[in-house]
Design a protein around this ligand. Structure first.
Ligand code: ADP
Length: 228
């Protein structure tokens, strides 16, 4: 493994169901992603993109193969240790924004820092500076229900990056946005990622977004196409 490898998957098989209903969704997937890389994952619907992202994010297990993140082999981790590891190192952005409905945009973005017991004033300052980068300063007092889908998604992305995780995994974060808005949102995320040295892996259908990343991994029928 290269010394700057941050995600290393080795021959991963993921099977849903069992017996006659068994569905082999990942078929011997191997890949390495270097620290600070910005990578897109593309492929047809049902190919296994979300499954692969969930496996890399320790949200989902797998049947065989190995996975190491930040140089740590995760197969021996307990569920509790995995969850601690995930909270410390990985930020997620999902297709549906998952913001907390009873909290304002600013509170949603500040939350990860407060959970980590950062000082309240410092957390607020970091949250405001990230929110500003996403052009949302005039909406900080709004709750998700008072924001458009695109605005919620900007806040969700701000929340994922505010804690400067080592890795951000994004699953079609702009699936519900038009192409121009998507590309603006993602270019801001990538810019912040480059500034912070964050590794970003994004599943997308949008060739425009894929072209902004350093590398595209294509997955078809549970297998990666081409050398990685
Ligand atoms: P993609 O993200 O490329 O559209 P997914 O990773 O979501 O693909 O799904 C890959 C395959 O696994 C699909 O055939 C899907 O129906 C199946 N699948 C996904 N999640 C589950 C699950 N929890 N149980 C059974 N099958 C699943």
């Amino acid at each position: 493994m290269e010394p700057n490898t941050i995600i290393h998957a080795d021959n991963i098989d993921k099977i849903y169901g069992s017996g006659r209903n068994a569905l082999r969704v990942l078929r011997g997937v191997s890949l390495s992603i270097a620290r600070g890389e910005i990578v897109s994952i593309m492929g047809p619907s049902g190919a296994g993109k979300s499954t692969l992202l969930n496996v890399m994010g320790c949200l989902d297990g797998f049947q065989s193969g190995g996975l190491s993140i930040l140089g740590r082999e995760l197969s021996g981790f307990s569920v509790e240790d995995l969850s601690t590891f995930r909270n410390r190192h990985i930020g997620f952005v999902f297709q549906l924004h998952n913001l907390l409905p009873d909290f304002t945009a600013l509170e949603n973005v500040t939350m990860p820092l407060l959970i980590r017991r950062e000082n309240r004033a410092a957390a607020r300052k970091s949250a405001l500076s990230v929110i500003e980068r996403f052009g949302m300063l005039d909406r900080i007092g709004h709750r998700p229900g008072e924001l458009s889908g695109g605005e919620c998604q900007r806040i969700a992305v701000a929340r994922a990056i505010v804690g400067r995780p080592d890795i951000i995994l994004a699953d079609e974060p702009t699936g519900s946005l038009d192409s121009t808005n998507s590309q603006v949102l993602m270019s801001t995320l990538f810019e912040l990622g480059r500034e912070n040295g964050t590794t970003i892996v994004v599943v997308t259908h949008d060739a425009g977004i894929a072209s902004m990343t350093g590398r595209t991994i294509t997955i078809v029928d549970g297998a990666i196409i081409g050398a990685q």
